[in-house]
Design a protein around this ligand. Structure first.
Ligand code: BTN
Length: 311
């Protein structure tokens, strides 16, 4: 695998439990000691705690950043940014030429939510877009949202022993408050998907904005910070397991097992208006089947769902 100089230095620091001298680094990597020192300075700026003494350099701790050099080989390109407008903006450009790719950001200045909403993206959260190129029809694209919701809920359940549930179509809740939002943007040609950019935002260690009354962070739920890296990697693992299930009934079955939506009377806000009733099922495309207060059956493809009261 091709490594940047920064990655090579980090690798050497990780491998050496004790000190490694500037001279050894310089000799092994074929660059000057000054150049090594400059890299060490940048690493420190990024939050790596590196001790330096007459014996050389020693890594004391690494930041909880989702830097590519901190991640194992994911089998796809990884772009990491400290700050972007939205990982969806970057992903949209990259998707035209790249294969499956991940775009991660530590913060976003114009994070996008569903239905044109703003997604507050403070430091400490997990924000990424996954460029997917599944061989499915545009009509099935919505299933990617469901697949991602299951993956996030499963990862949270397994890592933190919390009962994460799904609210249709794709909010992940803990204690009925939102810990994760999912947004998918698609480009299609005729009846084939060109790409789907799957954006996932997780309230991990970030502060929740005052205006997000229904949101909560995992840090708040657990009373301590979590390892963002561990959660991020677990989510990717769960997504990978389910990528081949798009369009298959098992995926829908699994979504239903994770969902709390069927336990509630709901209000669905769609572009055509608001509708209330009892959710009965989701169909093979992930659309919600609802019995309205008037007793009619409605199939709802997209909308915002509010859990009202339990039956
Ligand atoms: C929602 O409204 O619930 C969806 C929120 C999706 C937020 C994520 S964060 C990473 C990616 N970049 C964005 O701008 N939005 C998505």
């Amino acid at each position: 695998m091709w490594l940047t100089m920064r990655q090579k230095i980090l690798e050497a620091l990780y491998q050496n439990k004790g000190y490694i001298s500037g001279e050894t680094l310089s000799k092994n990597l074929g660059i000057s000691r000054v150049a090594i020192w400059k890299h060490i300075q940048t690493l420190r700026k990024d939050g790596y705690v590196i001790e330096s003494s007459a014996r050389g350099y020693r890594l004391l701790s690494a930041p909880d950043l989702l830097l590519p050099e901190e991640l194992p080989n994911l089998g796809m390109k990884v772009y990491h940014f400290k700050e972007v407008t939205s990982t969806m903006d970057i992903a949209r450009k990259l998707a035209q030429k790249e294969k499956e790719t991940i775009v991660i950001a530590e913060t976003q200045t114009k994070g996008r939510g569903r239905l044109g909403r703003y997604w507050h993206s403070a430091k400490g959260g997990i924000y990424f877009s996954l460029i997917l190129k599944p061989k499915i029809s545009p009509l099935q694209a919505h299933l990617v949202n469901l697949m991602a919701g299951i993956a996030v809920a499963k990862a949270i359940r397994d890592l933190f022993n919390l009962k994460a549930t799904l609210k249709w179509p794709n909010d992940v809740l803990v204690n009925e408050r939102k810990v994760c939002g999912i947004l998918a943007e698609m480009e299609a040609e005729a009846d084939i998907v060109k790409f789907i950019n799957l954006g996932i935002g997780i309230n991990a260690n970030n502060e929740i904005s005052y205006y997000e009354k229904n949101a909560i962070s995992l840090k708040e739920v657990l009373g301590k910070e979590i390892s963002r890296k561990e959660l991020f990697l677990q989510i990717l693992k769960e997504i990978k397991k389910r990528k081949g299930l798009l369009g298959r009934p098992e995926l829908i079955q699994e979504w239903k097992r994770f969902s709390s939506t069927f336990n509630y009377q709901v209000r669905i806000i769609t572009i055509h208006g608001t509708i209330e009733g009892q959710p009965l099922d989701i169909d093979h495309d992930g659309a919600l089947i609802l019995r309205t207060r008037e007793g009619d059956l409605k199939r709802i493809v997209a909308g915002d769902c509010v859990h009202l009261r339990k039956d």
